[in-house]
Design a binder for this molecule. Structure first.
Ligand SMILES: [Ca+2]
Ligand SMILES: [Ca+2]
Length: 225
C-alpha cells in the first residue's frame, strides 16, 4: 500500500506541471499524514481526493486550464470596468468619487493651493493637473459644469516656467497652436510675469502668477485605475 502511495506521488510529480509545485507538496504531505495514522483503525485510503486540494483563492489556480479560465475572467472583469469608466458620470473608485468626462479620463478637484502645490496634490492621488480636457472646450465646459460653483477657477497642467512663451503641458508635450483656448488678450504675462494657467468656467484660459491660489483640476486615465 505504501509502495502504491509512493508510486502515486511519483506519478503525480511527472504529470503535474512545474508551476503546480505547491500541489505536489500538498499531495506528499497528505501521504505522510496517512502513514503516521497507520497504528490506529484503518483510515480511508489516500486517494485522488487529496490531489485537487482546496479551491484556490483569487489569483490562484490548480491546473493550466483553470489558470487560463481565471485569466480570461480577470480580463473580462477589467474590460467591463474600463468600459464603465468610459461612460460619462460620477464614478466611485476605491472609495473616492471621480467624474468621468467620457473621454477616457477621470476628474477630481482638491482644496485650493498655488500651482506647485496643486501639482503635488494631484500626483499624490495618482493623477496630474489636467492636460487632456483643456484642449477640448466642450469637454472642459462639461467638467466645469459638473464641479459647478464649488470650483469656478481651476489650475490646469500648463505653464511657461522654463522659458517665457514656450508653453508646456505637465505631461511634457509642447502646446500646439491648434490646441489653445486662450481668453481674448491672453496670454499677456501681466505685471511681474505670469507662467501658470487658470481655467475659467467658459473653458478659456488665462496666464496668471503661479503663486495665485486656485482649485487643482486633477486628471487620471481610466487605464490607471
Ligand atoms: Ca509667462
Ligand atoms: Ca494673463
Amino acid at each position: 500500500k505504501m509502495l502504491f502511495k509512493l508510486l502515486l506521488a511519483l506519478l503525480l510529480m511527472f504529470c503535474v506541471e512545474a508551476q503546480d509545485t505547491r500541489q505536489i507538496l500538498l499531495t506528499l504531505s497528505s501521504v505522510g499524514n496517512s502513514e503516521k495514522g497507520a497504528q490506529g483503525p484503518p483510515g480511508r485510503p489516500a486517494g485522488p481526493v487529496g490531489v485537487l486540494g482546496p479551491k484556490g483563492q483569487k489569483g490562484e489556480c490548480t491546473s493550466n486550464s483553470a489558470c487560463v479560465d481565471n485569466t480570461i475572467q480577470e480580463m473580462e472583469n477589467r474590460f467591463n470596468q474600463i468600459e464603465t469608466l468610459f461612460q460619462t458620470g460620477v464614478k466611485l473608485i476605491n472609495g473616492t468619487v471621480w467624474f468621468s468626462a467620457g473621454n477616457g479620463y477621470l476628474y477630481r478637484t482638491l482644496p485650493a493651493s498655488n500651482y506647485h502645490a496643486a501639482n503635488r496634490t494631484c500626483a499624490a492621488i495618482g493623477a496630474r493637473l489636467a492636460v487632456v480636457a483643456p484642449r477640448n472646450i466642450n469637454i472642459t465646459r462639461m467638467i466645469k459644469q459638473h464641479f459647478g460653483v464649488a470650483a469656478p477657477h481651476t489650475w490646469i497642467g500648463l505653464n511657461d516656467i522654463e522659458q517665457e512663451n514656450a508653453w508646456v503641458w505637465e505631461n511634457g508635450e509642447r502646446l500646439l497652436s491648434s490646441d489653445t483656448n486662450w481668453f481674448t488678450g491672453e496670454p499677456n504675462s501681466f505685471a511681474s510675469g505670469e507662467d501658470c494657467v487658470l481655467l475659467y468656467p467658459s473653458g478659456h484660459w488665462n496666464d496668471v502668477s503661479c503663486d495665485r491660489v486656485y482649485t487643482p483640476l486633477c486628471e487620471m486615465s481610466v487605464f490607471d485605475t
